[in-house]
Design a protein around this ligand. Sequence first.
Ligand SMILES: Cc1cc2nc3c(=O)[nH]c(=O)nc-3n(C[C@H](O)[C@H](O)[C@H](O)COP(=O)(O)OP(=O)(O)OC[C@H]3O[C@@H](n4cnc5c(N)ncnc54)[C@H](O)[C@@H]3O)c2cc1C
Length: 442
Amino acid sequence: MHSTAKAHYDALTYPRVLVVGGGFAGLEVVQGLAGKPYKVLLLDKQNHHCFQPLLYQVATASLGADSIGHPFRRTIGPMPNVAFRMAEVERVVPEAKRVETNVGDFEYDILILALGSTTNFFGNRAMAEHAMQLKSISQALDIRSDFLQEFERAMVMKDEDDLRRCLNFVIVGAGPTGVELSGALAEIRRTVLKHEYREMNSDLMRIVLIDSNDRVLKNFTEHSSALALKYLQDLGVEVMLGKRVVNGDDESITLNDGSRLDTNTVIWAAGVKGMLIPGLEAGVNERASRYTVDRTNAIAGFSDIYAVGDGALMAEGETWPQGHPQVATVAIQQGRHLVKNLLRRVEGKELLPFTYRNKGSMAVIGRRRAVVEIGDRSFGGVIAWLLWMFVHVVQLVSFRNRMMVLFNWGWKYLSWKNTIRLIVRPYVRRGANLSRPFVAQE
Ligand SMILES: Cc1cc2nc3c(=O)[nH]c(=O)nc-3n(C[C@H](O)[C@H](O)[C@H](O)COP(=O)(O)OP(=O)(O)OC[C@H]3O[C@@H](n4cnc5c(N)ncnc54)[C@H](O)[C@@H]3O)c2cc1C
Protein backbone atom coordinates (compact mmCIF):
# COMPACT_ATOMS: atom_id res chain seq x y z
CA MET A 1 0.00 0.00 0.00
CA HIS A 2 1.29 3.52 -0.87
CA SER A 3 2.04 5.52 2.34
CA THR A 4 -0.87 7.97 1.81
CA ALA A 5 -3.19 5.11 0.97
CA LYS A 6 -1.95 3.28 4.06
CA ALA A 7 -2.50 6.35 6.23
CA HIS A 8 -6.01 6.68 4.78
CA TYR A 9 -6.77 3.01 5.47
CA ASP A 10 -5.30 3.11 9.00
CA ALA A 11 -7.32 6.23 9.81
CA LEU A 12 -10.65 4.59 8.93
CA THR A 13 -12.86 4.30 11.98
CA TYR A 14 -15.48 2.00 10.45
CA PRO A 15 -16.20 -1.41 12.01
CA ARG A 16 -13.40 -3.84 11.13
CA VAL A 17 -14.47 -6.76 8.94
CA LEU A 18 -11.92 -9.55 8.72
CA VAL A 19 -12.51 -11.86 5.76
CA VAL A 20 -10.53 -15.10 5.86
CA GLY A 21 -10.30 -16.72 2.43
CA GLY A 22 -10.51 -15.02 -0.94
CA GLY A 23 -12.25 -17.79 -2.86
CA PHE A 24 -15.66 -17.36 -4.47
CA ALA A 25 -17.47 -16.43 -1.25
CA GLY A 26 -14.76 -14.29 0.35
CA LEU A 27 -14.03 -12.31 -2.80
CA GLU A 28 -17.72 -11.62 -3.27
CA VAL A 29 -17.83 -10.16 0.25
CA VAL A 30 -14.72 -8.05 -0.31
CA GLN A 31 -15.94 -6.69 -3.63
CA GLY A 32 -19.39 -5.99 -2.20
CA LEU A 33 -17.97 -4.04 0.76
CA ALA A 34 -15.61 -1.94 -1.38
CA GLY A 35 -16.43 1.72 -0.82
CA LYS A 36 -18.88 0.90 1.98
CA PRO A 37 -18.61 2.00 5.64
CA TYR A 38 -16.50 -0.95 6.74
CA LYS A 39 -12.74 -1.31 7.16
CA VAL A 40 -12.04 -4.61 5.44
CA LEU A 41 -9.00 -6.84 5.77
CA LEU A 42 -8.70 -9.91 3.56
CA LEU A 43 -6.44 -12.72 4.75
CA ASP A 44 -5.54 -15.65 2.53
CA LYS A 45 -2.73 -18.19 2.66
CA GLN A 46 -2.34 -17.78 -1.12
CA ASN A 47 -1.67 -14.49 -2.88
CA HIS A 48 -4.30 -15.20 -5.53
CA HIS A 49 -7.89 -16.17 -6.13
CA CYS A 50 -8.18 -19.56 -7.84
CA PHE A 51 -10.99 -20.40 -10.23
CA GLN A 52 -11.26 -24.05 -9.19
CA PRO A 53 -13.77 -25.22 -11.83
CA LEU A 54 -11.02 -24.92 -14.46
CA LEU A 55 -8.23 -26.47 -12.40
CA TYR A 56 -8.54 -29.71 -14.32
CA GLN A 57 -7.66 -27.81 -17.51
CA VAL A 58 -4.44 -26.56 -15.93
CA ALA A 59 -3.74 -30.13 -14.80
CA THR A 60 -4.20 -31.40 -18.35
CA ALA A 61 -2.21 -28.64 -20.09
CA SER A 62 -5.15 -26.88 -21.77
CA LEU A 63 -4.73 -23.67 -19.76
CA GLY A 64 -1.81 -21.95 -18.09
CA ALA A 65 -1.98 -21.28 -14.37
CA ASP A 66 -2.26 -17.52 -14.86
CA SER A 67 -5.46 -17.99 -16.87
CA ILE A 68 -7.40 -19.12 -13.81
CA GLY A 69 -5.60 -17.32 -10.98
CA HIS A 70 -5.78 -13.65 -10.16
CA PRO A 71 -3.64 -11.80 -7.57
CA PHE A 72 -5.65 -10.37 -4.65
CA ARG A 73 -3.61 -7.18 -4.65
CA ARG A 74 -4.65 -6.52 -8.23
CA THR A 75 -8.31 -6.95 -7.26
CA ILE A 76 -8.22 -4.76 -4.18
CA GLY A 77 -5.91 -2.11 -5.69
CA PRO A 78 -8.77 0.33 -6.42
CA MET A 79 -10.52 -0.31 -3.07
CA PRO A 80 -9.29 2.22 -0.46
CA ASN A 81 -11.17 0.60 2.43
CA VAL A 82 -9.76 -2.88 1.74
CA ALA A 83 -6.32 -4.28 2.62
CA PHE A 84 -4.77 -7.69 2.09
CA ARG A 85 -2.30 -9.76 4.07
CA MET A 86 -0.97 -13.10 2.94
CA ALA A 87 -1.49 -15.11 6.10
CA GLU A 88 -2.65 -18.57 7.13
CA VAL A 89 -5.15 -18.37 9.97
CA GLU A 90 -4.34 -20.96 12.63
CA ARG A 91 -6.79 -20.15 15.42
CA VAL A 92 -9.76 -17.95 16.24
CA VAL A 93 -10.01 -16.49 19.74
CA PRO A 94 -13.63 -15.31 19.83
CA GLU A 95 -13.48 -13.98 23.42
CA ALA A 96 -10.74 -11.54 22.35
CA LYS A 97 -12.16 -10.99 18.83
CA ARG A 98 -8.80 -12.00 17.39
CA VAL A 99 -7.37 -14.47 14.90
CA GLU A 100 -3.88 -15.93 15.16
CA THR A 101 -1.96 -16.49 11.96
CA ASN A 102 1.50 -17.58 10.85
CA VAL A 103 2.46 -13.90 10.47
CA GLY A 104 0.89 -12.48 13.63
CA ASP A 105 -2.48 -11.67 15.17
CA PHE A 106 -5.34 -9.61 13.72
CA GLU A 107 -8.35 -8.16 15.52
CA TYR A 108 -11.86 -7.82 14.17
CA ASP A 109 -15.32 -6.54 14.95
CA ILE A 110 -16.93 -8.91 12.45
CA LEU A 111 -15.23 -12.11 11.30
CA ILE A 112 -16.17 -13.85 8.05
CA LEU A 113 -14.79 -17.32 7.44
CA ALA A 114 -14.75 -18.22 3.75
CA LEU A 115 -12.22 -21.02 4.00
CA GLY A 116 -13.57 -23.39 1.38
CA SER A 117 -12.98 -27.10 1.64
CA THR A 118 -10.22 -29.65 1.59
CA THR A 119 -9.94 -33.12 0.07
CA ASN A 120 -11.88 -35.78 1.97
CA PHE A 121 -10.12 -39.17 1.94
CA PHE A 122 -12.84 -40.69 4.16
CA GLY A 123 -10.19 -42.13 6.49
CA ASN A 124 -8.26 -43.88 3.70
CA ARG A 125 -4.75 -43.21 5.00
CA ALA A 126 -2.98 -44.96 2.14
CA MET A 127 -4.67 -42.70 -0.38
CA ALA A 128 -4.10 -39.59 1.75
CA GLU A 129 -0.41 -40.40 1.57
CA HIS A 130 -0.02 -41.59 -2.01
CA ALA A 131 -2.78 -40.06 -4.16
CA MET A 132 -2.57 -36.67 -5.83
CA GLN A 133 -5.21 -34.00 -5.22
CA LEU A 134 -6.72 -31.23 -7.30
CA LYS A 135 -7.65 -28.31 -5.04
CA SER A 136 -5.06 -25.66 -5.88
CA ILE A 137 -3.03 -24.34 -8.78
CA SER A 138 0.19 -25.85 -7.44
CA GLN A 139 -1.49 -29.27 -7.24
CA ALA A 140 -2.81 -28.87 -10.79
CA LEU A 141 0.69 -28.03 -12.04
CA ASP A 142 1.99 -31.02 -10.16
CA ILE A 143 -0.48 -33.35 -11.88
CA ARG A 144 0.47 -31.83 -15.23
CA SER A 145 4.15 -32.43 -14.62
CA ASP A 146 3.43 -35.90 -13.32
CA PHE A 147 1.60 -37.25 -16.33
CA LEU A 148 4.13 -35.68 -18.70
CA GLN A 149 6.94 -37.26 -16.70
CA GLU A 150 5.18 -40.61 -16.86
CA PHE A 151 4.96 -40.30 -20.65
CA GLU A 152 8.69 -39.52 -20.85
CA ARG A 153 9.50 -42.34 -18.47
CA ALA A 154 7.40 -44.77 -20.52
CA MET A 155 9.48 -43.93 -23.61
CA VAL A 156 12.58 -45.45 -22.04
CA MET A 157 11.02 -48.36 -20.16
CA LYS A 158 12.30 -51.78 -21.23
CA ASP A 159 10.09 -53.87 -19.00
CA GLU A 160 6.48 -54.31 -20.16
CA ASP A 161 5.04 -54.16 -16.61
CA ASP A 162 6.94 -50.98 -15.79
CA LEU A 163 5.74 -49.44 -19.02
CA ARG A 164 2.12 -50.26 -18.29
CA ARG A 165 2.39 -48.89 -14.76
CA CYS A 166 3.61 -45.58 -16.20
CA LEU A 167 0.64 -45.41 -18.56
CA ASN A 168 -2.13 -46.51 -16.20
CA PHE A 169 -3.86 -43.38 -14.86
CA VAL A 170 -6.42 -43.87 -12.11
CA ILE A 171 -8.95 -41.26 -11.07
CA VAL A 172 -10.99 -41.97 -7.96
CA GLY A 173 -14.39 -40.29 -7.77
CA ALA A 174 -16.78 -39.89 -10.70
CA GLY A 175 -18.25 -36.53 -9.70
CA PRO A 176 -17.78 -33.54 -12.04
CA THR A 177 -14.04 -33.22 -11.27
CA GLY A 178 -13.27 -36.90 -11.89
CA VAL A 179 -15.39 -37.04 -15.01
CA GLU A 180 -13.92 -33.86 -16.49
CA LEU A 181 -10.37 -34.92 -15.70
CA SER A 182 -10.87 -38.37 -17.23
CA GLY A 183 -12.34 -36.87 -20.40
CA ALA A 184 -9.43 -34.44 -20.73
CA LEU A 185 -6.84 -37.20 -20.24
CA ALA A 186 -8.58 -39.29 -22.88
CA GLU A 187 -8.32 -36.35 -25.28
CA ILE A 188 -4.62 -36.14 -24.53
CA ARG A 189 -4.23 -39.80 -25.40
CA ARG A 190 -5.78 -39.35 -28.81
CA THR A 191 -4.01 -36.09 -29.62
CA VAL A 192 -0.70 -35.60 -27.80
CA LEU A 193 0.30 -39.19 -27.12
CA LYS A 194 -0.70 -40.48 -30.52
CA HIS A 195 0.97 -37.76 -32.56
CA GLU A 196 3.91 -36.62 -30.49
CA TYR A 197 5.02 -39.86 -28.83
CA ARG A 198 4.98 -41.64 -32.16
CA GLU A 199 7.22 -44.54 -31.17
CA MET A 200 4.75 -45.51 -28.47
CA ASN A 201 1.47 -47.34 -28.93
CA SER A 202 -1.01 -44.82 -27.50
CA ASP A 203 -3.52 -47.61 -26.85
CA LEU A 204 -1.31 -48.71 -23.97
CA MET A 205 -2.42 -45.66 -21.99
CA ARG A 206 -5.36 -46.57 -19.74
CA ILE A 207 -7.59 -44.08 -17.99
CA VAL A 208 -9.53 -45.78 -15.23
CA LEU A 209 -12.29 -43.92 -13.41
CA ILE A 210 -13.43 -45.60 -10.18
CA ASP A 211 -16.46 -44.77 -8.02
CA SER A 212 -18.30 -46.61 -5.26
CA ASN A 213 -21.67 -45.37 -6.55
CA ASP A 214 -23.56 -47.20 -9.25
CA ARG A 215 -23.42 -44.28 -11.68
CA VAL A 216 -21.18 -41.39 -12.64
CA LEU A 217 -22.27 -37.85 -11.66
CA LYS A 218 -24.51 -39.21 -8.90
CA ASN A 219 -25.84 -35.75 -8.03
CA PHE A 220 -27.17 -35.32 -11.55
CA THR A 221 -30.28 -36.99 -13.00
CA GLU A 222 -30.04 -40.56 -14.28
CA HIS A 223 -30.39 -39.25 -17.82
CA SER A 224 -27.31 -37.02 -17.45
CA SER A 225 -25.36 -39.82 -15.74
CA ALA A 226 -26.12 -42.21 -18.59
CA LEU A 227 -25.12 -39.60 -21.17
CA ALA A 228 -21.88 -38.79 -19.35
CA LEU A 229 -21.05 -42.50 -19.10
CA LYS A 230 -21.59 -42.93 -22.81
CA TYR A 231 -19.34 -39.94 -23.60
CA LEU A 232 -16.62 -41.34 -21.33
CA GLN A 233 -16.84 -44.78 -22.87
CA ASP A 234 -16.74 -43.31 -26.39
CA LEU A 235 -13.48 -41.67 -25.38
CA GLY A 236 -12.13 -44.99 -24.13
CA VAL A 237 -12.24 -44.24 -20.40
CA GLU A 238 -12.64 -47.45 -18.36
CA VAL A 239 -15.34 -46.73 -15.80
CA MET A 240 -15.49 -48.99 -12.75
CA LEU A 241 -18.65 -48.40 -10.71
CA GLY A 242 -19.63 -49.89 -7.36
CA LYS A 243 -15.95 -50.28 -6.46
CA ARG A 244 -13.89 -48.70 -3.69
CA VAL A 245 -10.16 -48.17 -3.45
CA VAL A 246 -9.21 -49.62 -0.08
CA ASN A 247 -5.42 -49.50 -0.20
CA GLY A 248 -2.52 -48.42 -2.31
CA ASP A 249 1.06 -47.22 -2.54
CA ASP A 250 3.20 -45.46 -5.13
CA GLU A 251 2.93 -48.36 -7.57
CA SER A 252 -0.54 -49.88 -7.21
CA ILE A 253 -4.02 -49.69 -5.75
CA THR A 254 -6.23 -52.40 -4.28
CA LEU A 255 -10.00 -52.41 -4.63
CA ASN A 256 -12.61 -53.71 -2.18
CA ASP A 257 -13.13 -56.84 -4.31
CA GLY A 258 -9.45 -57.71 -3.73
CA SER A 259 -8.34 -56.88 -7.28
CA ARG A 260 -5.17 -54.87 -7.81
CA LEU A 261 -4.22 -52.37 -10.45
CA ASP A 262 -0.63 -51.34 -11.08
CA THR A 263 -0.26 -47.61 -11.53
CA ASN A 264 2.14 -44.80 -10.76
CA THR A 265 -0.58 -42.15 -10.81
CA VAL A 266 -3.72 -41.98 -8.70
CA ILE A 267 -5.72 -38.76 -8.53
CA TRP A 268 -8.23 -38.57 -5.70
CA ALA A 269 -11.38 -36.61 -6.59
CA ALA A 270 -13.82 -38.53 -4.40
CA GLY A 271 -15.00 -35.80 -2.08
CA VAL A 272 -14.38 -32.69 -0.02
CA LYS A 273 -14.97 -31.60 3.55
CA GLY A 274 -15.14 -28.13 5.01
CA MET A 275 -11.91 -26.49 6.14
CA LEU A 276 -12.07 -25.81 9.88
CA ILE A 277 -9.93 -23.69 12.20
CA PRO A 278 -9.41 -24.37 15.93
CA GLY A 279 -11.28 -22.07 18.29
CA LEU A 280 -14.88 -22.39 17.13
CA GLU A 281 -15.53 -26.04 18.00
CA ALA A 282 -18.95 -25.25 19.49
CA GLY A 283 -20.17 -24.18 16.06
CA VAL A 284 -18.88 -27.21 14.15
CA ASN A 285 -21.02 -30.00 12.74
CA GLU A 286 -18.54 -32.86 13.17
CA ARG A 287 -20.24 -35.27 10.79
CA ALA A 288 -20.29 -32.81 7.91
CA SER A 289 -17.04 -31.14 8.94
CA ARG A 290 -18.60 -27.74 8.32
CA TYR A 291 -19.67 -24.80 10.48
CA THR A 292 -23.35 -24.88 11.41
CA VAL A 293 -24.81 -21.52 10.40
CA ASP A 294 -28.26 -19.96 10.61
CA ARG A 295 -30.06 -18.44 7.62
CA THR A 296 -27.96 -15.25 7.93
CA ASN A 297 -24.74 -17.33 7.83
CA ALA A 298 -23.91 -16.57 11.50
CA ILE A 299 -22.07 -19.50 13.10
CA ALA A 300 -24.14 -21.20 15.82
CA GLY A 301 -23.17 -19.90 19.24
CA PHE A 302 -21.06 -16.97 18.08
CA SER A 303 -22.20 -13.44 17.52
CA ASP A 304 -20.33 -11.49 14.86
CA ILE A 305 -18.76 -14.57 13.26
CA TYR A 306 -20.08 -15.78 9.93
CA ALA A 307 -19.18 -18.69 7.64
CA VAL A 308 -19.92 -18.65 3.91
CA GLY A 309 -19.35 -21.03 1.02
CA ASP A 310 -18.15 -24.65 1.17
CA GLY A 311 -17.46 -24.51 4.90
CA ALA A 312 -20.97 -23.37 5.90
CA LEU A 313 -23.72 -25.86 6.69
CA MET A 314 -27.08 -24.13 6.46
CA ALA A 315 -30.33 -26.09 6.64
CA GLU A 316 -32.71 -24.28 4.32
CA GLY A 317 -36.28 -25.44 4.95
CA GLU A 318 -37.47 -28.49 3.08
CA THR A 319 -35.38 -27.77 -0.01
CA TRP A 320 -31.94 -28.15 1.54
CA PRO A 321 -32.46 -29.74 4.98
CA GLN A 322 -28.93 -31.24 4.97
CA GLY A 323 -27.24 -28.06 3.73
CA HIS A 324 -26.37 -26.77 0.28
CA PRO A 325 -24.07 -28.44 -2.24
CA GLN A 326 -20.42 -27.36 -2.03
CA VAL A 327 -20.37 -25.47 -5.33
CA ALA A 328 -19.31 -22.03 -6.50
CA THR A 329 -22.83 -20.70 -7.06
CA VAL A 330 -23.76 -21.29 -3.41
CA ALA A 331 -20.55 -19.59 -2.26
CA ILE A 332 -21.13 -16.57 -4.53
CA GLN A 333 -24.77 -16.17 -3.53
CA GLN A 334 -24.00 -16.49 0.19
CA GLY A 335 -21.20 -13.94 -0.09
CA ARG A 336 -23.48 -11.52 -1.93
CA HIS A 337 -26.30 -12.02 0.57
CA LEU A 338 -24.00 -11.46 3.53
CA VAL A 339 -22.91 -8.13 2.04
CA LYS A 340 -26.56 -7.07 1.80
CA ASN A 341 -27.07 -8.03 5.43
CA LEU A 342 -23.93 -6.22 6.60
CA LEU A 343 -25.17 -3.08 4.89
CA ARG A 344 -28.58 -3.50 6.54
CA ARG A 345 -26.79 -3.92 9.85
CA VAL A 346 -25.11 -0.53 9.44
CA GLU A 347 -28.57 0.97 8.96
CA GLY A 348 -29.89 -0.87 12.02
CA LYS A 349 -32.25 -2.97 9.89
CA GLU A 350 -33.19 -6.58 10.53
CA LEU A 351 -31.08 -9.20 8.72
CA LEU A 352 -32.73 -11.20 5.94
CA PRO A 353 -32.64 -15.01 5.58
CA PHE A 354 -30.65 -16.52 2.71
CA THR A 355 -32.44 -18.45 -0.03
CA TYR A 356 -30.43 -20.39 -2.60
CA ARG A 357 -31.39 -20.04 -6.24
CA ASN A 358 -30.22 -23.22 -7.94
CA LYS A 359 -29.11 -22.26 -11.43
CA GLY A 360 -28.33 -25.83 -12.50
CA SER A 361 -25.36 -28.13 -12.90
CA MET A 362 -23.01 -28.98 -15.71
CA ALA A 363 -19.97 -31.08 -16.54
CA VAL A 364 -17.86 -31.23 -19.68
CA ILE A 365 -16.48 -34.48 -21.10
CA GLY A 366 -13.80 -33.93 -23.72
CA ARG A 367 -14.27 -32.00 -26.92
CA ARG A 368 -17.77 -30.86 -27.95
CA ARG A 369 -19.49 -32.90 -25.24
CA ALA A 370 -21.06 -31.83 -21.96
CA VAL A 371 -24.14 -32.48 -19.85
CA VAL A 372 -26.23 -29.61 -18.54
CA GLU A 373 -29.18 -29.52 -16.14
CA ILE A 374 -31.30 -26.42 -15.76
CA GLY A 375 -34.55 -26.73 -13.82
CA ASP A 376 -36.32 -29.87 -15.07
CA ARG A 377 -34.38 -29.92 -18.32
CA SER A 378 -31.25 -31.93 -18.96
CA PHE A 379 -29.40 -32.14 -22.24
CA GLY A 380 -26.01 -32.92 -23.71
CA GLY A 381 -23.94 -32.52 -26.86
CA VAL A 382 -22.53 -29.46 -28.56
CA ILE A 383 -25.10 -26.97 -27.22
CA ALA A 384 -24.34 -28.12 -23.67
CA TRP A 385 -20.61 -27.80 -24.39
CA LEU A 386 -21.02 -24.23 -25.71
CA LEU A 387 -23.15 -23.29 -22.70
CA TRP A 388 -20.55 -24.80 -20.35
CA MET A 389 -17.83 -22.68 -21.98
CA PHE A 390 -19.91 -19.51 -21.83
CA VAL A 391 -20.81 -19.94 -18.16
CA HIS A 392 -17.22 -20.63 -17.15
CA VAL A 393 -15.73 -17.75 -19.10
CA VAL A 394 -18.14 -15.14 -17.73
CA GLN A 395 -17.50 -16.26 -14.16
CA LEU A 396 -13.73 -15.70 -14.37
CA VAL A 397 -12.51 -12.88 -12.18
CA SER A 398 -10.77 -10.60 -14.66
CA PHE A 399 -11.04 -9.50 -18.28
CA ARG A 400 -7.49 -10.69 -18.92
CA ASN A 401 -8.32 -14.17 -17.59
CA ARG A 402 -11.37 -14.33 -19.84
CA MET A 403 -9.37 -13.33 -22.90
CA MET A 404 -6.60 -15.81 -22.16
CA VAL A 405 -9.01 -18.67 -21.63
CA LEU A 406 -10.93 -17.85 -24.81
CA PHE A 407 -7.71 -17.60 -26.81
CA ASN A 408 -6.36 -20.89 -25.47
CA TRP A 409 -9.62 -22.72 -26.07
CA GLY A 410 -9.89 -21.32 -29.59
CA TRP A 411 -6.29 -22.28 -30.37
CA LYS A 412 -6.70 -25.74 -28.94
CA TYR A 413 -9.96 -26.29 -30.78
CA LEU A 414 -8.48 -25.34 -34.14
CA SER A 415 -5.05 -26.91 -33.72
CA TRP A 416 -6.05 -30.01 -31.69
CA LYS A 417 -3.03 -29.36 -29.50
CA ASN A 418 -2.43 -28.90 -25.78
CA THR A 419 0.63 -26.73 -26.02
CA ILE A 420 1.21 -25.75 -22.40
CA ARG A 421 3.07 -28.95 -21.71
CA LEU A 422 6.02 -27.85 -19.65
CA ILE A 423 7.32 -30.00 -16.85
CA VAL A 424 7.85 -27.40 -14.16
CA ARG A 425 9.19 -29.26 -11.21
CA PRO A 426 12.50 -30.86 -10.49
CA TYR A 427 12.74 -34.53 -11.23
CA VAL A 428 10.94 -36.37 -8.45
CA ARG A 429 11.92 -39.91 -7.61
CA ARG A 430 9.10 -42.39 -7.17
CA GLY A 431 8.16 -42.57 -3.56
CA ALA A 432 7.99 -38.83 -3.10
CA ASN A 433 4.44 -37.68 -2.42
CA LEU A 434 3.71 -35.63 -5.46
CA SER A 435 0.96 -33.44 -4.04
CA ARG A 436 2.96 -32.28 -1.09
CA PRO A 437 5.29 -29.25 -1.10
CA PHE A 438 8.62 -30.15 -2.59
CA VAL A 439 11.47 -31.39 -0.55
CA ALA A 440 14.72 -30.95 -2.45
CA GLN A 441 15.45 -34.19 -4.24
CA GLU A 442 18.94 -35.59 -4.54
C1 LIG B 1 -11.36 -29.29 -9.18
C2 LIG B 1 -12.63 -28.59 -8.78
C3 LIG B 1 -13.62 -28.37 -9.71
C4 LIG B 1 -14.80 -27.72 -9.36
N1 LIG B 1 -15.75 -27.50 -10.32
C5 LIG B 1 -16.86 -26.79 -10.00
C6 LIG B 1 -17.81 -26.45 -11.00
O1 LIG B 1 -17.67 -26.82 -12.16
N2 LIG B 1 -18.90 -25.71 -10.63
C7 LIG B 1 -19.08 -25.30 -9.33
O2 LIG B 1 -20.07 -24.60 -9.05
N3 LIG B 1 -18.20 -25.60 -8.38
C8 LIG B 1 -17.09 -26.33 -8.67
N4 LIG B 1 -16.17 -26.64 -7.70
C9 LIG B 1 -16.47 -26.25 -6.32
C10 LIG B 1 -16.15 -24.79 -6.09
O3 LIG B 1 -14.88 -24.47 -6.59
C11 LIG B 1 -16.26 -24.50 -4.61
O4 LIG B 1 -17.57 -24.80 -4.20
C12 LIG B 1 -15.94 -23.04 -4.31
O5 LIG B 1 -14.59 -22.77 -4.63
C13 LIG B 1 -16.21 -22.74 -2.85
O6 LIG B 1 -15.93 -21.39 -2.63
P1 LIG B 1 -15.41 -20.90 -1.21
O7 LIG B 1 -15.31 -19.44 -1.30
O8 LIG B 1 -16.24 -21.53 -0.15
O9 LIG B 1 -13.96 -21.56 -1.07
P2 LIG B 1 -12.68 -21.50 -2.01
O10 LIG B 1 -13.01 -20.98 -3.34
O11 LIG B 1 -12.06 -22.85 -1.91
O12 LIG B 1 -11.75 -20.44 -1.29
C14 LIG B 1 -11.23 -20.65 -0.01
C15 LIG B 1 -10.06 -19.71 0.19
O13 LIG B 1 -9.68 -19.77 1.55
C16 LIG B 1 -8.28 -19.79 1.66
N5 LIG B 1 -7.96 -20.43 2.94
C17 LIG B 1 -8.31 -21.66 3.35
N6 LIG B 1 -7.87 -21.88 4.60
C18 LIG B 1 -7.24 -20.76 4.99
C19 LIG B 1 -6.58 -20.38 6.18
N7 LIG B 1 -6.50 -21.18 7.25
N8 LIG B 1 -6.03 -19.14 6.26
C20 LIG B 1 -6.11 -18.30 5.19
N9 LIG B 1 -6.72 -18.61 4.03
C21 LIG B 1 -7.28 -19.82 3.94
C22 LIG B 1 -7.83 -20.56 0.45
O14 LIG B 1 -6.50 -20.27 0.10
C23 LIG B 1 -8.83 -20.08 -0.61
O15 LIG B 1 -8.35 -18.96 -1.31
C24 LIG B 1 -14.99 -27.29 -8.03
C25 LIG B 1 -13.99 -27.52 -7.09
C26 LIG B 1 -12.82 -28.16 -7.45
C27 LIG B 1 -11.73 -28.40 -6.43
